[in-house]
Design a protein around this ligand. Structure first.
Ligand code: PMP
Length: 366
């Protein structure tokens, strides 16, 4: 069968980049902001971000503590490279973004996954986290909201993490908050609110998800000064600063964030409802309703051997390959996200495409 493939595997939405960002970028080009910018990033963007954390989280972050990077992956890379020594361990709840293990490995470290239980809606299990901390553990890596889970940690869960950091005075924490504008109950609090831990807490974030600007490659790192200075030095040595005219677009996106997020959220919420309603009619697939973002993590164990002895599929990869071959749906097996037996599926698609995808999924599963 020669079917068009519906891409449910992608890590980006169907939204266009907000026009305010495009216009500001075009204006900057027209004004000839087309030369090298500062390695640390444009002051306007660093100040706009500092202002954002002051307004939304009530925390004063000096603009000098914010490094603008070539995307959030790059912010992660610079931070990990600045912090880790060979042999260091990084503890992270699983499932996690699939790029984490390699990013950690590139910096000489090792990722130690702590599986979260979907039956408990991926609750943060602080006891489990504590049990994995050894003298080699340098960093706790949180993703909030989660990818692929869409889990938003409650304030109480974050407080437990903060208490854990108090117990281990050499432990650092990195909070990846790249989906933070897409929380269905509104934008979520940053881990930066724990001001007393500021000498060990870092945040990475960016414009790819909450602003639909993945091709712009803009992210940022907020880190304790000794780490940040190292990261700036690496950025200077390896790649130089981000294009000024792109950062001019990002400034306008940040200034208008609440309006943009509200619009994205409203549209995504309707899609989440629709997907949830349809998936609930497929008892073979288990899932947790996401609190944020546009992914659903589908547990397909019931469609695999040994749970279903009649199934032709042993591995989730085989199930996903058949889904693509037979009904033209591409999903992402979560094995390399630390959750074998599950797949990640995006619902950030135009309504007609999403409806078509849900029909195909129903046909395949039944
Ligand atoms: N962190 C997480 C959790 C992500 O899901 C992604 C993108 N999939 C990134 C970082 C990287 O984003 P960027 O496009 O800004 O490099």
């Amino acid at each position: 069968m020669n079917l068009d493939i519906i891409p449910l595997h992608l890590g980006l939405s169907h939204f266009h980049t907000p026009s305010v960002a495009i216009e500001a970028m075009q204006e900057a080009v027209a004004q000839h902001q087309t030369f090298y910018g500062p390695n640390e990033g444009l002051p306007e963007l660093r100040y706009a971000l500092a202002q954002r954390y002051l307004e939304d989280d009530g925390v004063p972050i000096p603009a000098e503590q914010i490094l603008i990077t070539h995307g959030t992956k790059h912010a992660l890379h610079l931070y990990l490279h600045s912090l880790l020594q060979p042999g260091d361990e990084v503890v992270a709840p699983a499932p996690y973004w699939f790029a984490f293990p390699e990013l950690v490995r590139q910096s000489g470290g090792k990722l130690v996954p702590v599986p979260a239980n979907p039956e408990e809606e991926y609750r943060l299990n602080v006891e489990e986290l504590r049990s994995r901390i050894t003298p080699a553990t340098k960093l706790l890596l949180l993703t909030n909201p989660g990818n692929p889970t869409g889990k938003v940690y409650s304030w109480a869960e974050l407080q437990q993490v903060a208490a854990l950091l108090e117990e281990f005075p050499n432990l650092h924490l990195l909070s990846d908050e790249i989906y933070d504008g897409l929380g269905y109950k509104g934008p979520l609090p940053s881990f930066l609110r724990f001001e007393s831990l500021r000498d060990r807490v870092a945040v990475v974030n960016g414009f790819s998800k909450s602003f639909a600007m993945s091709g712009w490659r803009i992210g940022y790192l907020i880190a304790p000064f000794p780490i940040l200075e190292k990261a700036v030095e690496l950025q200077q040595k390896w790649i130089s600063g981000v294009s000024p005219f792109l950062q001019a677009g990002a400034v306008e996106a940040i200034r208008q964030r609440h309006r943009i997020w509200q619009q994205f959220r409203t549209e995504l919420e309707a899609k989440r409802e629709r997907v949830t309603t349809v998936l609930q009619k497929m008892p073979k697939l288990q899932f947790t309703v996401p609190d944020a973002g546009y992914y659903v993590t589908l547990q397909v164990d019931r469609c695999l051997r040994p749970q279903d002895p009649a199934s032709p599929f042993q591995l989730v990869e085989e199930w996903a390959a058949a889904l693509k071959d037979q009904v033209g749906l591409e999903v992402l097996p979560a094995t390399n996200m630390g959750m074998p037996g599950a797949v990640r599926m995006s619902f950030a698609l135009p309504d007609d495409v999403l409806e078509n995808a849900l029909l195909r999924l129903q046909a395949f599963v039944s």
